[in-house]
Design a binder for this molecule. Structure first.
Ligand code: HEM
Length: 220
């Protein structure tokens, strides 16, 4: 078993399964954060529910852990591969297009990871490791909206840039994950490309709406 997981296809399978965690995490995270557009009470209630309900806490933790593992494991595999021989984790068939896509995946994935650290400092750290929320000084809604005010215009730019890169990464990742898991016949190949495109657009545009909405709203 351990030699299977250590094999090229085993590593690709680990990347696919943890990548699916990422895909699901992002949908849940997007849905929750879009509730900010509905209103502060709705968002704060949902955020409180996610943060206190034991099932949601476990689910969110498992999704986030799988997702972080996916990113760190990809970087680890690349470093190991570079030190050993030039075979990358996502390269099952070494056509020109495939190797270009996999190289691009590392760049987009790496930059997404760097922005994720900034994002966790902006929100996760403040919510979990300071008493801003506990003390009642701020709500989660205030934190989200506060980041996208005109004086923080650069955060609007940084976040939108992040979502575009994330979309590019997901566009290839989606079809690649499902192909590795067995959906690799001709009909499904085409369907997965379309579904992957739609998914990447929903994530990129969906998340971008949040900073754009609050930035424009605060100018009016
Ligand atoms: C405008 C878009 C986004 C907003 C407003 C937002 C907001 C938040 C907030 C408020 C938290 C803290 C939740 C809590 O602990 O109570 C959080 C956590 C987190 N966010 Fe985001 N997020 C956005 C986009 C993203 C994206 C695109 C990713 C991934 C690429 C991401 C990944 C995470 C992760 C991994 C956590 C920590 C786990 C968790 O608490 O759920 N977020 N985000």
């Amino acid at each position: 078993m351990s030699s299977f997981l250590g094999s090229s296809i085993g590593k690709k399978l680990i990347m696919s399964v943890t990548g699916l965690f990422l895909i699901m995490f992002l949908l849940v995270h997007l849905f929750l954060n879009l509730l900010t557009l509905v209103g502060s009470d709705v968002f704060n209630t949902a955020a409180h529910f996610m943060g206190t309900n034991p099932i949601m806490k476990v689910m969110e933790f498992a999704l986030a852990a799988g997702f972080l593992f996916h990113m760190v494991y990809a970087l680890y595999l690349t470093i190991v591969n570079q030190n050993a021989r030039p075979v990358k984790y996502a390269v099952a068939n070494k056509s020109k297009a495939t190797s270009w896509a996999s190289k691009n995946m590392l760049i987009t994935g790496g930059v997404v990871l760097i922005f994720l650290v900034l994002h966790l400092m902006n929100y996760y750290y403040k919510i979990k490791f300071t008493d801003l929320i506990e003390s009642g000084e701020m709500t989660e809604y205030d934190l989200v909206v506060g980041l996208f005010q005109p004086e923080n215009w650069y955060y609007v730019v940084i976040y939108i840039g992040w979502f575009i890169l994330l979309g590019l990464h997901l566009n290839h990742a989606f079809q690649s994950a499902f192909q590795t898991l067995g959906l690799n016949n001709k009909t499904w190949e085409r369907r997965l490309i379309v579904i992957g495109n739609i998914y990447a657009l929903v994530i990129s545009i969906g998340f971008s709406i949040i900073p754009i909405y609050f930035f424009i709203n605060s100018l009016m």
